[in-house]
Design a protein around this ligand. Structure first.
Ligand SMILES: O=P(O)(O)OC[C@H]1O[C@H](OP(=O)(O)OP(=O)(O)O)[C@H](O)[C@@H]1O
Ligand SMILES: NC(=O)CC[C@H](N)C(=O)O
Ligand SMILES: [Mg+2]
Length: 503
């Protein structure tokens, strides 16, 4: 999962793009970048690392201009440790395009070949985002071969992109001298919204962003989500046009955004992420009440951070005391989105500390938002026992994660998932060393989200139910992805070992 943002104003945007990226940091911790456009000249600074470490005053000073795009990266394809693959990406023709992408293409390999053989375009990295940019550039080139670029031409190009590209993509693209384009894949798997503000001189300025939290943080009014398949064109003359560019657009937003990825204070496709997490607690409480004798539970305890709203609501529903027993070191980032398994493991230990007073002699019901590889929960159960817990029950607000995710969450192989081999809850409990493990049901997850926006026909729940909404994901593709994922994981672990990040 990555974060994208774009700003179009009549005032400088560098500082505000930086502020927006800080608010999107939870979506990607590996690399970040900002590009601005000043007249016809792009300025860019991108590097590996966290936003606050990458941008120095001298970099910020160089990012002049009143329009720009930004990106925080959590790699899903290509090389995690290469600055070459951090975003924004740039192509100089047609016009000069600066581009940022959140998502993952499922036909990137075929497109790469097609781009070379047919469109005579070379892709120099292993990033699918560079592929997507070149498809877009090629289609804009084709449309403008014999006419000037206008909104119709832009929308025609995006329609062609939708016809050629499969997978998930939420995109912002800045075209030199022309305008700012935003579009979302026909299933709307990854989030994208836009908002506006009035500047000191009374002119309207625009922001496009992965999450609405940036609108609130920067004083913009959220207009709405970009619809699945829709494109929005903000030209530099001040016109804004929107069009549905997909033939069969249907909303299938990713359920995992609500479970874990997005910030709780964002609203995605009309659903408050915080509200979704509370409601997941309501449904999870029902399952817990069926499967556990509540007399056996002394306290409900969250695993900070993401599970807190769910755990609080669950405790309220079950009329059980809620206690914080794990204290989080606020200087350690999210562990799930770190690229190597060894460093993830080490970080869980650095990140969470148990307070014995909340554990000694007690039966705990630990609540986490998800158990994916089991890295977090294995350590947590061990720490709970070491701190004197009597019984350790575990509940997960997400169902069992059994299938790889191909739409922008880095879990490409079944073998790395604790439930990838179909393990049931009892077998998971054994592996984690817990007395019992209870998972949310898939219906519980779907209902918890549907309750909050019945207009969404279906959510992408592929990592839970194996249903891939784009319809093109084959066993052969998953096998190939698995192999690439394993190789990347090995490389990341080796890099971490070399850098001394792990023992
Ligand atoms: O089973 P695993 O593979 O360990 O993955 C699941 C865990 O990872 C995430 O936490 P993370 O530390 O990334 O972020 P958080 O602080 O937002 O909870 C998530 O909230 C779970 O705790
Ligand atoms: N998580 C994402 O959105 C990643 C974007 C792109 N696929 C990359 O690997 O850089
Ligand atoms: Mg967590």
């Amino acid at each position: 999962m990555c974060g994208v943002v774009a700003l179009l104003s009549n005032e400088p945007v560098n500082q505000r793009l930086y502020d927006a990226l800080l608010l999107l940091q939870h979506r990607g911790q590996d690399a970040a970048g900002i590009a601005t456009l000043d007249g016809l000249q792009f300025h860019m600074h991108k590097a590996m690392g966290l936003v606050r470490d990458i941008f120095r005053t001298r970099n910020m000073r160089d990012l002049t201009g009143n329009v720009g795009v930004g990106h925080v990266r959590y790699p899903t394809q290509g090389c995690a440790s290469s600055n070459q693959e951090s975003q924004p990406f740039y192509v100089n023709a047609p016009f000069g395009i600066m581009f940022a992408h959140n998502g993952n293409l499922t036909n990137a390999e075929e497109l790469k070949q097609e781009l070379y053989e047919t469109d005579r375009r070379h892709i120099n990295t292993t990033s699918d985002s560079e592929v997507l940019l070149n498809v877009l550039a090629n289609e804009i080139s084709r449309v403008t071969a014999d006419r000037k670029l206008d909104a119709d031409g832009i929308f025609e190009a995006v329609s062609a992109v939708h016809r050629r590209v499969r997978g998930s993509y939420a995109v912002v693209a800045l075209i030199a001298g022309k305008g700012l384009l935003a579009f979302r894949d026909p299933h709307g798997i990854r989030p994208l919204c836009f908002g506006s503000n009035v500047t000191a001189t009374g002119e309207k300025e625009w922001m496009v962003s992965s999450e609405s939290v940036t609108m609130v943080g920067l004083g913009f009014k959220l207009e709405r989500d970009v619809a699945p398949g829709e494109a929005i064109w903000f030209d530099f003359k001040g016109n804004v046009e929107t069009r549905q560019c997909a033939e069969h657009a249907v909303a299938n937003p990713c359920a995992f955004e609500y479970v874990y990825f997005a910030r709780p204070d964002s609203v995605i496709d009309g659903i408050s992420v915080y509200g979704a997490r509370l409601n997941l607690g309501v449904y999870l409480a029902k399952t817990v009440a069926e499967e556990l004798n509540l007399m056996d539970v002394d306290v409900v305890m969250p695993i900070p951070d993401s599970s807190r709203p769910c755990a609080q609501e669950l405790a309220k529903q079950l009329r059980l005391p809620y206690r914080e027993g794990f204290i989080k070191n606020r200087y350690v980032g999210r562990t799930f989105i770190m690229p190597g398994q060894a460093v993830r493991k080490k970080s869980v230990r650095q990140k969470l500390n148990a307070m014995p007073v909340e554990f000694e002699g007690k039966n705990l019901l630990l609540v986490d938002d998800s158990i994916v590889r089991g890295t977090t929960m294995k350590e947590i159960v061990r720490m709970a026992r070491e701190s004197g817990a009597k019984k350790v029950f575990v509940a997960s607000s997400a169902p069992r994660v059994m299938f790889p995710n191909v739409y922008g969450i880095d879990m490409p192989t079944k073998s790395e998932l604790i439930c990838g081999d179909g393990k049931d809850a009892d077998a998971v409990a054994k592996e984690l060393g817990a007395d019992k493990v209870i998972f949310q049901s898939i219906d519980g997850l779907k209902n918890a989200l549907h309750d909050l926006n019945p207009n969404i026909p279906a959510f992408d729940c592929s990592c839970f139910d194996g249903v891939y909404v784009t319809g093109d994901v084959t066993e052969a593709y998953l096998e190939k992805l698995g192999k690439a994922g394993k190789a990347a994981a090995k490389e990341n672990d080796e890099d971490d070992a070399q850098a001394g990040n792990v023992e």
